[in-house]
Design a protein around this ligand. Sequence first.
Ligand code: MN
Length: 295
Amino acid sequence: MRSVVEIIPTHTMMEGGGFTVRRPSRMGRVMSPFLLIDEMGPVDYGPGEAVGAPWHPHRGFETVTYLLDGRMRHEDSAGNKGELNPGDVQWMTAGRGIIHSEEPHEDFKKTGGRTHGFQIWVNLPSKYKMMSPRYQEIPATESPTVENGGIWARVIAGECLGTTSSIDTVIPITLIHVKAEEGASLMQRIDPMLNAMIYVFGGKITVVNQPRVRKNPFPPGLGVNQQVRNGELALLSQGDEVEIKSDLASEFLVLAGPEIDEPIARYGPFVMNTMEEINQAFLDYQNGNFAHSPH
Ligand code: MN
């Protein structure tokens, strides 16, 4: 059974063209393979106020955008173009390099409204960092969801309550959005080879762990049953399943993936293994060896 080994609080900051995100206050190796878990908003824009992230490059990892409220437009140097509406997922493998823009849809910008969602950066092991860019879009209507005993889940990647995602991931990833009624319980199986974590963005949950003989005692300050509140990221111990009880109506993400046991060299939109590779990324970008943005 997996238990909570650490609670990481979030802080609120500005990103991109000036949109507000909630972000774990410690990142990097502790969240491996996730480099970033940004909750965008929720923010209510007036007419003309919505902002996004204009043209910028990425190399060496994947960006996953999941929209809950709002309407976004995206475009990239590989020729992909589309929009994101509530429930839609865009899984972009930057690989050796892509340039893209992530902006509010023109109509949404005019009217204003609520924007809420996630952008998650998934690191890639060195052997995949320079792979060809890849792009997957899963509209809400085609995204597998499951409902059972007060639990609703959208299975973006991995498996939940017998429902499997339709996405093809480079490394094994679990990414599940769960809405739980007060008192509902979820027993989630997670491959014991993967690191796992839970990000709560509404209500309050308890990660249940029945007392039993353990090899390793809990770190000080963390109980057997650990509460996780709105705006907290809970890192889980090893194990093959986790029991989550919803103390209030709650909303959370379950994330899992393999530990990438390699150095991380990170500069802005590039995430590689060494500073030499980062410098090369800048050179390649400046020399136009990433596909050019059409703007
Ligand atoms: Mn981006």
